[in-house]
Design a protein. Structure first.
Length: 254
């Protein structure tokens, strides 16, 4: 692997970890968005697996009562897992332009939700059917783009969970998505040995970024940081979408 690409990967995971350290989420989203600028989405997803798994397990285990959350959210998690496995072939398909464009659109939607501060409110009576539906949609998004935030994050935020419970619920959802994505990529022969090694090495800059983000959290205004984060994510999403669509437009014109 060229030294320049090695440095780019390290810098991406430091930045992605920093964002997660400050706002509590965003590592896979930032990493997929930035890595997607220099490599195919399936390659980026393979590099993401181990740093995402380690940081999400960390987030999952820091909380009051994981057993209660699992009992409440298991239908959603089962749907996430099954739908991710069923759709991972999309990210490894030959339709890379469509996958890249889809990744950009997911980033744009996520950024818009963050900037507009839109909040879902999920009635408890709707959870038995809404959870599996949201889980299935999240799994499809994960399998197609490698990003597992839409619509899981808005949905979990609308359940009325306490702050610690919400952080733990997000960790649970992200962990299930990461494991399912890893199995799906492996079953599609999309995880070469080189990717496993680089993914393991990327754990270090990701954790370093999270530590730096935790240090910054008490020294910067979190709301201002969130606004800049989502604004930057919107620009990244727009660029990524155009990156995926440009070849089609150029072919149509020329």
């Amino acid at each position: 692997m060229p030294e320049q690409l090695f440095l780019i990967i390290g810098a991406v995971f430091v930045l992605a970890g920093l964002v997660k350290g400050v706002v509590g989420l965003g590592l896979p989203t930032v990493a997929m968005g930035l890595l997607g600028l220099v490599m195919l989405p399936a390659e980026a997803a393979a590099l993401l697996l181990l740093p995402s798994f380690v940081t999400n397990i960390w987030q999952l285990l820091v909380g009051p009562d994981i057993t209660t959350l699992v009992r409440r959210l298991w239908p959603m998690m089962l749907a996430v897992f099954a739908a991710t496995l069923a759709s991972t072939g999309l990210i490894t398909s030959r339709y890379t332009g469509m996958v890249t464009s889809g990744l950009g659109l997911v980033l744009l939607v996520y950024a818009a939700l963050g900037l507009l501060k839109l909040r879902m409110s999920v009635p408890s009576a709707a959870e038995p059917w809404a959870g599996p539906v949201v889980g299935a949609l999240t799994g499809i998004m994960t399998g197609a783009t490698g990003v597992f935030v839409i619509p899981a994050v808005p949905y979990l935020g609308g359940l009325g969970l306490g702050r610690d419970d919400l952080v733990q619920a997000l960790g649970l959802s992200f962990t299930v998505s990461t494991v399912a994505l890893g199995i799906g990529l492996w079953s599609n022969d999309a995880i070469p040995l080189q990717s496993i090694g680089m993914s393991a090495l990327a754990i270090v800059p990701a954790l370093a970024g999270m530590w730096l983000g935790g240090w910054l959290r008490s020294r910067v205004e979190p709301e201002s940081f969130r606004r800049w984060f989502f604004a930057g994510l919107a620009l990244l999403g727009a660029h990524t979408s155009w990156q995926g669509l440009a070849p089609a437009f150029q072919g149509a014109i020329f």
